[in-house]
Design a protein around this ligand. Structure first.
Ligand code: BGC
Length: 891
């Protein structure tokens, strides 16, 4: 409920909520000296706007309550900006907690104050803040065998705060007094370790005991010591860690515990761990109580100083990978004696948690696969054993205690089916649990329509994307697990609609930057050592496209500023490689039907189109940053590319560039001469119809074909294509049991030129999921960060309703339309402090009605007609300007 504000007794008409610092609610470990603060206004009253704000920051909660703003008081600033307000107060120290609140004045001058207790805390801001050493097992290191480290220390009873800062490479698990700290798994995220490594901050105040305490750390190989797959050259170093704990006592004194050679180490029960191949756990090697005080570590050895990985320690701001879902198998079969095959009901990334009871030394083996063969045995083809020479396998050797529960920790698998052998007794659906892992991004969007196939496809795409949010956006969770730039670029927009993933993408843009720095040029993959060569134009374009998408969604100019030079250099790089503005090297639209049929045939078209978009985006970015000379130069370059592209690749007689992908890309990139746009769209539609509603597109064409169809009047055709069930189509995938998107339209079938290896969880064909939001619901940003919103739904006759929302950084935007008895109802909700242009479809309108005869206009159901203003007719839409509020239009 709105609180009583300071408005002379008047009831408040809005509240302030969702206070964030650098996109995060009450974050620890912020390593920006001047972080940016954001909030949302929420109001049941329409037309609510912010006219001014005041930010107040104190170093304690009490000081904030007592209105003693010793860190910063911005004073009253007339502005409607409620996101990305930079802290401009006193210089902050490392580990400093800052409490803050905000006052906001609305359009009537009424003021409200935030009631949430909001804070942020800085991390270790300087390299010199790290007082400990990197430590490891030194020469004793055994590849794949997970080492344990421990240190005992004593603490006084009156602790006010305790923070643990930790980075354990490749992966770590941190324990205090026998308990695991936090709920992260597979932490920290993969980076180019010689450029940057991520540390994580934990509040461990409640976990410490007065007197003796013990800290324990278990390390996994992760990506830092990945030596099993893609040969040995992906290794950075042997597992090592750095740790620091800062304690503050009530008497003002402080204590610090750091990693050094006084720590003890030994090898633990995880005798083999590989991010690709799996994990072996031998209970006979467990060290009960190893992370508790008073454990006798007499057979442990002293830890040794380890070489630092080289990269800067930076705080991990994005949500860590966590156990996100827990699912029960839908069935267990026994295709052979003693061989059980568990069906999880859907493809996922994660692992199995086992519950069992058996004799000591009994060995249970789990082998994971995305599919089964005709005999019901697991089929590991999609894991491409020919390429990576390993089958995802976990092993557990029993203790022989009553009930044992186990799950792996330093690996993850892409699978739907699990083969279990050596299980004591008979596995049941109650004793097996599927643990679904991905970066803990919060959902920001929802979409549903009257077509169940489209809804199912939407769910499939979401499952495929989350299966590949693994610290990096990967191409697939089994075969490669790599951050291919081209794949990332096509799904970034869909990911932004569906999840609060901005910090995830910011990290990936930085990965692109660091890999480039290490390799001296843009590579196809980031981060890591498996870079797969110089970035093709349709892959390297991610350098511009992803920051641009984030800017559209969040209005974050800093990102554009930060990466401006790199983006500019990317365009120069392509210009240098072009001949008369044609770029001939690169990679084609990837995985169209028939495997490699189109491979390489349209590389110059795809690469030159991406060169054009790079120049065009650069012109837009330069003008956002007021670099007008650059903007003009890039625009000129873009025009020159467009001219040559059309002269060389456009067939005026047939109104086509030759393929569905090229026509779609040319239309959405703005490459088609405006007088020919409709003709190209018509030709695209004819081609799709001639192929009986089949697409010939790969990953890039797919991102654009549905937008192109909708933008030029072929929305029904777009829906028809999605309803197709014969090959190649998504319906065909569904009929063949797909629960995540396939890499090849053919699945993992044998194709000429490739041995069965197609991944069954490849998000790159799902980039068009953004279209469901931007075109079917019609929720688009009208200005960066959605402060101005566009609602322009495509109410095709092929659907009777579509509804959903997008939780923007300014608040929730709803679009919900339905057609019943010839009447179209459009319900929209626009958050406070924003405005929207609402495009109300007026179906089958033949004449241009005059604006004077308002009888043609849709009927508006709102308590606040004054907030709605008819602006114009545009194509088949009546366009209204609305301020924040809830509106129903009936046409
Ligand atoms: C990956 C793709 C990637 C492509 C490019 C494949 O092996 O799985 O997703 O974009 O190679 O060459």
């Amino acid at each position: 409920m709105p609180q009583q504000g300071l408005n002379g007794g008047r009831k408040a008409t809005f509240i302030l909520q969702n206070l964030r610092c650098e996109y995060l609610k009450n974050p620890l470990g912020i390593d920006y000296r001047n972080p940016r603060l954001s909030w949302n206004l929420q109001s049941d009253e329409p037309g609510k706007r912010q006219s001014a704000y005041r930010i107040m920051v104190s170093s304690s909660y009490q000081a904030l309550q007592a209105q003693h703003y010793e860190l910063w008081d911005s004073g009253k600033v007339p502005s409607d900006q409620s996101v990305h307000l930079q802290y401009e107060g006193k210089e902050l120290a490392s580990g400093q907690r800052c409490y803050w609140k905000v006052q906001v004045w609305d359009e009537l001058g009424c003021m409200e104050e935030s009631t949430d207790s909001a804070w942020w805390e800085t991390g270790l801001l300087e390299v010199s803040d790290w007082q400990g050493d990197w430590i490891g097992t030194g020469e004793r290191h055994l590849p794949g065998w997970s080492p344990l480290f421990r240190k005992e220390f004593s603490a006084q009873s009156a602790i006010i705060t305790a923070r643990a800062y930790v980075c354990g490479l490749g992966y770590y698990e941190l324990y205090l007094n026998g308990h695991k700290v936090g709920d992260h798994v597979l932490d920290p995220s993969q980076t180019d370790y010689e450029e940057r490594v991520m540390y994580v901050t934990y509040d461990v105040t409640e976990m410490l005991l007065p007197g003796n305490n013990a800290v324990g750390i278990m390390l996994g190989d992760g990506w830092y010591h990945q030596h099993r797959v893609w040969y040995g050259w992906m290794i950075y170093g042997i597992p090592s860690l750095i740790f620091q704990m800062e304690l503050e006592y009530t008497d003002g004194s402080r204590a610090r515990i750091v990693s050094d050679e006084s720590w003890m180490t030994t090898f633990g029960p995880v005798t083999l761990n590989s991010v690709y191949a799996g994990e072996v756990y031998d209970t006979r090697l467990e060290k009960p109580g190893w992370s508790e005080p008073k454990y006798i570590a007499s057979d442990w050895l002293q830890a040794e100083k380890a070489p630092a990985p080289g990269g800067k320690l930076v705080s991990q701001h994005m949500p860590a990978v966590k156990r996100m879902e827990f699912i029960q198998p839908i069935g267990i079969s026994q295709p052979k004696d003693g061989v059980y095959v568990v069906d999880m009901g859907r493809n996922l990334s994660g692992w199995i948690r086992l519950q069992m009871e058996g004799l000591a030394g009994c060995e249970v083996t789990l082998r994971y696969a995305e599919t089964v063969d005709q005999l019901g045995m697991i089929d590991t083809n999609s894991g491409a054993i020919d390429v990576i020479y390993s089958i995802q396998t976990d092993r557990y050797i029993l203790k022989g205690k009553r009930v044992e529960i186990w799950e792996p920790r330093f690996t993850y698998h892409g699978f739907r089916f699990v083969e279990i052998t050596g299980f004591p007794g008979i596995p049941t659906v109650e004793t097996l649990e599927g643990i679904v892992l991905y970066n803990a991004v919060k959902e920001t969007g929802a979409f549903e329509c009257s077509n169940e196939m489209i809804n199912r496809l939407h769910r499939m795409i979401k499952n495929t994307i989350t299966s590949n949010l693994q610290g990096v956006i990967t191409d697939c969770p089994v075969r490669e697990k790599c951050g291919w730039l081209g794949d990332a670029m096509v799904i970034a927009e869909a990911t932004m609609y569906n999840w609060d993933s901005v910090t995830f993408w910011k990290k990936f843009i930085e990965d692109i930057k660091t890999t480039r720095k290490v390799q001296g040029q843009w590579m196809n993959i980031a981060p890591g050592k498996r870079t797969c060569g110089e970035a093709a134009p349709a892959w390297g374009l991610a350098q511009l496209e992803i920051p641009w998408i984030l800017y559209q969604f969040c209005g974050d100019k800093e990102l554009l500023k930060e990466h401006y030079d790199a983006m500019k250099q990317w365009v120069d790089h392509l210009l240098g490689k072009s001949e008369n503005y044609i770029v001939s090297f690169g990679t084609d639209d990837w995985c169209p039907p028939d495997g490699f049929e189109m491979k390489g045939k349209t590389v110059p078209q795809i690469s030159t189109a991406c060169f054009y978009l790079s120049a065009m985006r650069m012109a837009e970015i330069a003008s956002v940053l007021s670099r007008h000379e650059d903007a003009q130069a890039f625009e000129k370059l873009a025009l020159a590319i467009k001219g040559t592209f059309n002269a060389k690749f456009y067939s005026e007689i047939n109104s086509t560039y030759g393929t569905q992908a090229l026509d779609s890309i040319a239309l959405t990139f703005g490459l088609v001469p405006s007088c020919s746009e409709q003709a190209v769209a018509d030709a695209l539609a004819v081609d799709i119809r001639q192929r009986e509603l089949h697409l010939t597109t790969g990953h890039l064409g797919l991102k654009h074909v549905f937008n192109a169809l909708c933008d030029y009047g072929y929305a029904e055709l777009a829906i028809d294509v999605l309803e197709q069930t014969t090959y190649p189509s998504f319906g065909h995938q569904m009929l063949n049991g797909a629960t995540t998107l396939w890499e090849y339209w053919e699945g993992d079938a044998d194709l000429p030129g490739m041995s069965k290896m197609g991944s069954l969880s490849h998000p790159f064909k799902g980039g068009f999921d953004a279209w469901m939001y931007s075109h079917i619901l019609g929720i688009r940003s009208g200005s960066p960060g959605f402060q101005k919103i566009i609602i322009q739904p495509t109410c095709t006759g092929a659907l009777t309703f579509a509804r959903g929302f997008y939780r923007s950084i300014h608040g929730v935007i709803v679009s919900d339309w339905s057609i019943r008895d010839g009447l179209l109802t459009l319900h929209v909700e626009i958050p406070a402090n924003t405005t929207a242009l609402v495009f109300v479809p007026v179906p089958k309108r033949t004449e241009q009605p005059s604006t004077e005869t308002k009888s043609d206009l849709p009927r508006l159901v709102t308590k606040h007609p004054a907030n709605v203003e008819f602006v114009r007719w545009e194509k088949e839409y009546a366009v209204y300007h609305v301020s924040s509020g809830i509106y129903d239009f009936i046409a």
